[in-house]
Structure formats: structure tokens, C-alpha cells
Design a protein around this ligand. Structure first.
Ligand code: MIC
Ligand code: SF4
Length: 663
């Protein structure tokens, strides 16, 4: 069987036992130590770190800035905060443009840089223009770990956590374990960085990274440029990891120098005797072109094993694979060829810088001549903002997620591939092994990137006079009440394992414009699982959700907690939770309860009436929580894994209430 992971060693979590006097720090621990403001660096314990930089994007940003305004802090207190417009750029109505105006004005007022629509995808631009090795970055988008390609500790979070960080508050997280992925050797021609992360996903699965930082090391690291490293750290989000990180070395230096930011570079490496909780060795020489098959990023196999299936659409872009390097490879492959007659090829360069450079050097002309449909530099089809494939279509995408329906077409089958596989397949009309295509394109990074930050607006130095413009689409966000003693209601829905935030709060061209309108969005909550969910919730005055393992994987969108809150959801009972979604539930004052006995999940039924008596006392006790099933006359032992800080949030009915109570 194909397997290029040489060994997989899992050690017990003994790496750090004392808070301070230890030797042998890995890179993640070094950055955490330099930013630690609370807690002990013991895996599994709650810590708080200082955040240097934040980023928001528009589909999570409106909510984040509304929450920031509610906190009453006049000016952000970070070293740099940037607001991007990159998701909601398909302006089919007034809503998106209104949201852009709101974000532009609120950013200017409060000291946030504004990256205008057209300037590119947040993670790509942050890497190019703002990222600094060794700094912490908190972003209201799950792919914020892209910055790990530059040696940042870059973490995705809900908008409220980012708002708090902008206001100077620390970010609370569980001290992660650190998994070393040692890269050996060098990639063969036509095999690319995307195949590295697909292989890691194949081995670790979409929940294999939960509670961990994935730290890359070994001689193979030196063979990868910063954009290639960023492809790998970007898609580490699909492992469920807290973040992923590469060292900052001479290759990082060369990238930053070429960006005209040499002065911000610092060298960063783990100590020679660094200790890790897990160790994986990956031999790059044996890696082959891979694809993640429908409908999960860890459903990975080789292109040869999958075979030459007919392809209807190829989409190249996204924060994973739309760098200058990626675009140049694609252009070289397409040069002088024609896109297959059965294929629609769309290409979205990752940033204005990339777009500018391929326009100036003629690569864009090669793409256009081959028949590619060029899109603006934004998320676009990756988040279902246009280019939905045809019924039952096979769509090859260089993106990071292939969850069912995310493309905008429920019956479409999305495969995640490298830019090389995508471009060759667009010409051949079938999923093609690029190794049969001839010589692989060799592209070097330029000594100098085209630097033109004219699409980034600095905030007004004296922001107090800026008028914040709010369109009619911007509605107040829902607030919870303090936890009641008696929590009761019906099980409104029971769902399977690996339910994504795209299931809980679907995002597509029709719904994304309503990201600042929770009452409207709530109508579609969990609709892919059951279109009647919202109706049921309203008819029953709220109730409970029952989920399987890894409930809430995927996006950082807090709408996946705010819409259930609006519908009166009091608790989610699941086998396990994804990291960011669990934090978003707690921030909203919704109880995330874990089945102690997985058989209880099997027994529980939709419409069963559940009660949690003495809820406040039970939650405070730190012991298991008894949930009574009045319909079946049984009771379940549930765990609630929360820190003391999170306990305060749950008791207060969410983070905002907790902050208000403290003032
Ligand atoms: C995504 O890729 O799913 C998104 C859209 O970028 C989300 C953010 C959102 O839902 O707005 C993410 O990854 O966090
Ligand atoms: Fe945008 Fe897609 Fe990246 Fe999310 S994953 S930030 S939608 S490009």
C-alpha cells in the first residue's frame, strides 16, 4: 500500500512538567513563552497569550467589529490590526457593499488598517505584507495559521475573541501538545507542497490535530519556499490543529527581503534538544501527486489509484494555492494549450501583488489565451461565491475544503489537488497524473516582488470624528442570558460525526450577504441536515442539538453559534467538539457537553425531552453533569471540559455578558 510516512511515534504528554526552568523548547513553545501572560505551559492547561497582530475578513468581520464597538474601546491596542474584504465580493445586492462601507469606516475610526476589495485574500496578503516571524497573530478565519509559513504563531478564532484581542485583551487557549513533522529529502518533479499536507491529512485525519501545534522540521524544510510552507500551514486547519509552524531561516529571510521587509525578519528555530509530544517522519522523495476525494479533506489517495475520472470544472486559487509560484506554474503548463472542451477552468490569483506580477510578465496572457476564466483576487468559488459547478459535476480545486455542498452544488463531487494536477487535468479533461505531461515547470521566487500597497488604507490618526456608516442589513447580534438553574427542552436534531460549520451555518452566494443579520441567517441553521430545524426550534422555544465526534469542524464563523443562540439552543450534546466551534459556543453561553458513554449517543432520540436540574450548581461543581431524559426515563453523564474563565462565561451567558459584569 502507498505510504510515505516512515514512522509515527506518539509519546505521552511529558514534554513540559514545570512552568519555567526547563530546557529544550520547540519553536511553538518559544513563541508562547515570549507571549505568555497567564497560566503554566503544561499541555492541556489553560494559558493566555498576548496578541501582536489581528486580522479580520468581511464575512466574520462585521460581527467582530460590532462586538468591538460594544466593548467601548476607542482604539485598537495591537501592534497591527488589518481588516480585509475578500469573501463577500459578489455584490448581487446592496448588502455586501454596505458591509464593506461599515468595515472601512469602523476600521478607520478605531485604528485598523483596511485592505480594500481587490487587494486579495487575507491570508495571502498578510503573509506578503504584514506577517512577522515570532509574532502572534489572531484572525477571525480558520486559515489564519497560513502565517505559520513565515514562523508566526498564527491562530484562527471566533470574531469575539479577535475583538477582545484588538482591545488589548489576552487570548485564552489550551496549551497545545506539539507534534514534530520531520521532512526528509526533496519533492520529486510534479509533486508539490499541497501533496505534503494532503499526506499529513491522510495519516492524521481531520481530527488528528485537535489540541496540537504541528511543527515542521528536518532537512526537507530547506527545500520549501515561504509560499510552499504557507500552503502546508494553511491546510493544517483541516487537521483541526491549533496552528502549524515552520522555522524562520534564510529562506524566510529571502522572501521578506524580496517583499522589501528584510528589517522585520528574525531567525527562529527550536532548541537543539527540543522535546516534542509526537514525532512523524515524512520522506518527501516517496511522495506522489495526491487528491482529497469527496467529501472530506482527509479522504486522500494517489491520483493513479483514483484514476482518470472525467472532469467538468477546475478551479485554481484560494488562500491555499494562489501564490505567485502557484500561478506561474499554472501559466507555464497552460502556455500554448487549450482548456479541454468539457472543462470550465477558473483562476483567481491570491493577491493584487500576484495579479500585478503575472500581468506584467505575460503569464496572465498565457492563461487567458488557453481559455481560463479569470476571477478577481478573492475567495470566490472556495466559499461558494459564484462558479457553482453543474449537477453531479466533478470539480478539481486547489482549495482546502471539499465539504458536501460547499461549492454551491449539493450533488457536485469536489477533489482537492495541487495547482499542477489542476492545470494538467484542465487540459486533459480528466483527473491526470502530471508526471506523464512532460517536464515539470521550474519556477524560482523573484528577487523582488512588485510592492505597491496602494490598496491598503491606514486608519485616521484621530479616529473619533470618523462617521461609521451602517446599512440597513446590519442587525444587532443576539445576547444570551445568565445560565438558568433549570435547563430543559427537546432534542431538536440529532446529527452524525464530523458535522461542519458549513452544515450548521451554510455559506453560499445567497447567504453570505447576511453575515451581519443573524435573524435572517438563523432560518437556514442546520438546513443541510434538516430543512425544518429552524422551524422546530421556534415552535419549541429552543432546545438541544445532539452531535457526533468533531462537531463543528471547519470555519471560525461564530454565526454557527450565534444562529443557534438566536433559536434558543441551550446546549449541544456531542461525542467531541472541534476547537474553534467549542470556543464560539462558550463565548455565546451555550453549553458544550460531551457524552461520557458513547452508547448514550445511540440511545438518545430526536424530540426526547431533556432536563438539566440545578444546572448552575452542577456546572460549577466541575463534576460530570447529569442530563435527564424524561421521554426515555433515563439519564446521561455528560462532561463539560471548560477552564475557570470559560466557566464564568457560561454562568454569565456568554463572553460579552461576562465582560459587562466585570465592569
Ligand atoms: C471558510 O473557509 O470556511 C471561511 C469562509 O473562510 C471561514 C470563515 C467564515 O465562515 O467566514 C473560515 O475558514 O473560518
Ligand atoms: Fe477564503 Fe477559502 Fe481561504 Fe476561507 S478557505 S479564507 S473562503 S480562500
Amino acid at each position: 500500500m502507498y505510504n510515505c510516512i516512515q514512522s509515527y511515534m506518539a509519546f505521552s504528554s511529558k514534554s513540559i512538567e514545570k512552568g519555567d526552568e526547563y530546557m529544550g523548547l520547540n519553536l511553538a513553545q518559544k513563541i508562547i513563552k515570549a507571549h505568555l501572560v497567564e497560566g503554566e505551559m503544561i499541555a492541556g492547561r489553560e494559558i493566555a497569550i498576548k496578541i501582536d497582530q489581528t486580522l479580520t475578513q468581511d464575512s466574520t468581520g462585521t460581527m467582530a467589529y460590532l462586538q468591538f464597538e460594544a466593548m467601548g474601546v476607542p482604539r485598537v491596542k495591537t501592534k497591527k490590526s488589518v481588516a480585509y474584504i475578500d469573501h463577500n465580493t459578489l455584490q448581487a445586492g446592496f448588502e455586501n457593499a454596505d458591509d464593506h462601507k461599515y468595515i472601512q469606516t469602523v476600521a478607520s475610526k478605531h485604528g485598523v488598517y483596511f485592505s480594500r476589495p481587490g487587494n486579495g485574500i487575507c491570508h495571502q496578503v498578510q503573509l506578503e505584507r504584514f506577517g512577522v516571524p515570532g509574532m502572534t497573530l489572531l484572525g477571525s478565519d480558520s486559515h489564519t495559521p497560513t502565517g505559520g509559513g513565515l514562523g508566526m504563531l498564527a491562530i484562527g478564532a471566533g470574531g469575539l475573541d479577535v475583538a477582545v484581542a484588538m482591545g488589548g485583551g489576552a487570548y485564552y487557549l489550551t496549551m497545545p501538545k506539539v507534534c514534530k513533522v520531520e521532512l526528509k529529502g526533496q519533492l520529486k518533479p510534479w509533486v508539490s507542497a499541497k501533496d505534503i499536507i494532503l499526506e499529513v491529512l491522510r495519516v492524521m485525519s481531520v481530527k488528528g490535530g485537535v489540541g496540537k501545534v504541528i511543527e515542521y522540521a528536518g532537512e526537507g524544510v530547506k527545500t520549501l519556499t515561504v509560499p510552499e510552507r504557507a500552503t502546508i500551514t494553511n491546510m493544517g486547519a483541516e487537521l483541526g490543529a491549533t496552528t502549524s509552524i515552520f522555522p524562520s531561516d534564510e529562506i524566510t529571510h529571502a522572501f521578506m527581503k524580496a517583499q522589501g521587509r528584510e528589517n522585520a525578519w528574525v531567525a527562529l528555530a527550536p532548541d537543539a534538544d527540543a522535546i516534542y509530544d509526537e514525532h512523524i517522519i515524512l520522506d518527501l522523495e516517496t511522495l506522489e501527486p495526491l487528491a482529497a476525494q469527496p467529501h472530506s479533506p482527509d479522504n486522500v489517495d494517489t491520483i493513479t489509484n483514483i484514476g482518470p475520472i472525467k472532469v467538468d470544472q477546475v478551479a485554481i486559487g484560494s488562500c491555499t494555492n494562489a501564490s505567485y509560484l502557484d500561478m506561474m506554474k499554472v501559466a507555464k503548463i497552460l502556455k500554448g494549450k487549450t482548456v479541454h472542451s468539457n472543462v470550465s477552468l477558473v483562476i483567481a490569483p491570491g493577491s493584487k501583488q500576484v495579479f500585478d506580477m503575472i500581468a506584467q510578465n505575460g503569464a496572465l496572457a498565457d492563461m487567458i489565451a488557453a481559455g481560463a476564466r479569470i476571477l478577481e483576487s478573492a475567495c470566490g468559488p472556495c466559499i461558494g461565491m459564484g462558479q457553482a459547478p453543474s449537477t453531479d459535476a466533478v470539480s478539481l480545486r486547489t482549495f482546502n475544503r471539499n465539504f458536501e455542498g460547499r461549492s454551491g452544488t449539493v450533488s457536485a463531487k469536489v477533489y482537492l489537488v495541487s495547482p499542477e494536477v489542476a492545470a494538467v487535468s484542465a487540459i486533459e479533461g480528466v483527473l491526470a497524473d502530471p508526471r506523464a505531461f512532460g517536464e515539470a515547470p521550474q519556477i524560482a521566487l523573484p528577487d523582488e516582488f512588485v510592492v505597491n500597497d496602494n490598496m491598503v488604507l491606514a486608519p485616521e490618526p484621530e479616529g473619533q470624528d470618523v462617521e461609521v456608516i451602517r446599512g440597513p442589513n446590519i442587525k444587532p447580534f443576539p445576547l444570551n442570558k445568565a445560565l438558568a438553574d433549570m435547563v430543559e427542552g427537546k432534542v431538536l436534531i440529532k446529527v452524525e460525526d464530523n458535522i461542519t460549520t458549513d452544515h450548521i451555518m451554510p455559506s453560499n452566494a445567497k447567504l453570505l450577504p447576511f453575515r451581519s443579520n443573524i435573524p435572517y441567517l438563523a432560518e437556514f441553521c442546520l438546513a443541510p441536515c434538516n430543512p425544518d430545524f429552524a422551524k422546530r426550534a421556534k415552535e419549541n422555544n429552543g432546545g438541544f442539538i445532539v452531535g457526533g465526534t468533531n462537531y463543528g469542524q471547519g470555519s471560525s464563523r461564530e454565526h454557527a453559534a450565534l444562529a443557534p443562540l438566536y433559536l434558543g439552543i441551550k446546549a449541544v450534546l456531542a461525542k467531541s467538539f472541534a476547537r474553534i466551534h467549542k470556543a464560539n459556543l462558550i463565548n455565546s453561553g451555550i453549553l458544550p457537553l460531551v457524552f461520557k458513554n458513547p452508547a448514550d449517543y445511540d440511545a438518545i432520540g430526536e424530540f426526547d425531552v431533556l432536563t438539566i436540574e440545578d444546572a448552575v450548581k452542577q456546572v460549577k461543581s466541575g463534576n460530570d453533569i447529569a442530563v435527564k431524559n424524561a421521554t426515555q426515563n433515563t439519564s446521561y453523564q455528560m462532561e463539560i471540559e471548560i477552564s475557570p474563565k470559560e466557566l464564568d462565561m457560561i454562568l454569565a451567558g456568554g463572553k460579552i455578558n461576562m465582560i459587562k459584569n466585570a465592569n
